[in-house]
Write a protein that binds this ligand. Sequence first.
Ligand code: NAD
Length: 341
Amino acid sequence: MKIVGLFPSDSSGKSENQLLNDRYALGIESFLEDKDHEFVVINSDEEVDQHLEDMDVIISSPFLPAYMDENRIRKASQLKLAITAGVGSDHIDLNTASQNDLTVVEVTGCNTISVAEHTVMDVLILLRNFMEGHRQSYDGEWNLSKVGNHAHDLQHKKIGIFGYGQIGELVAERLQPFDVKVQHYRRSSQENTPYSKYVDFDELVSTSDVIVILSPLTSETDNLFNYDVLSRMKEGSYLVNTARGKIVNKDDLIELVNNNHIQGYAGDVWYPQPAPQDHPWRTMPRNAMTIHYSGMTLEAQKRIENGVKGFLTNFFNEEPYDEKDVIVSGGTITNSSYKSK
Ligand code: NAD
């Protein structure tokens, strides 16, 4: 079997504790030592094309995805398994995967805590105007009005979570001690939860002081937060997106941040990834963006390593995968979030 893994390059050569890089590559090389398989490590999406014809398994993470579009999947006639080393398999054309009997699995739950913590941090960073306070500290300024003008308490704010699954619920739970009102909209259920009240989409958009996007990227959510939706958000509200960059329209967001309708934007997800150097969100006013790393804490990387090795073991032994991890199998999209309604 030929297994291709796309891992970020460790150009410094000093990141010895990193499991998700091209030097350690989740320890797969030593894991495969006594098995008769070829393991090829690449560190850019462009290199995928060189291996399409004879690869059996492809492994990549949402942080640096191998974009397996229709064209690539059709060319990869031997490909049987696509492993997402993380959560979120939108970088794979799931319809084409199902038509070509390609199984897609991801490590469900591996970084839900990691992303939830980062998301709560983003909410606080925006509301407290941390970016301006930090900039002044770094630049040698002391302009209190300029930072205080846009600094708010989190207490009593309405936080709206769009796509309330595993991460959304953890965010809502973690926000409770701040004495906030949490509301959510999700596709799968209209139930209230112990930490959050269900509201319809329009109410979520128009009444939240902060909207947090935590749904998968699908044909329904792609570009959903476009001018129409963003302009219906409360004047001066904030947007946090730790789900996927493409859910928010790049240019419409910039326009609404520039005219102060949206007070600030934070998150770690972009499209495409890696984000081009001149991606306008990097320099947009009042942004608290980071590169995509919320879900790759050292603890999460260990869980990802264990999950990926588990999938390879199942694959070699022809054993079934845990149902919760399966996105596409047997010619069907099985994961409820990715199925069309
Ligand atoms: P999950 O499957 O537990 O929850 C997804 C939720 O979104 C569900 O409640 C579902 O009903 C809802 N949903 C799906 N389609 C919807 C739609 N069209 N409209 C409204 N709600 C919809 O997933 P999760 O583990 O909570 O992860 C959510 C997403 O976060 C992932 O799909 C992934 O894209 C992203 N993620 C990002 C990182 C990161 O590092 N930033 C890490 C993990 C996951």
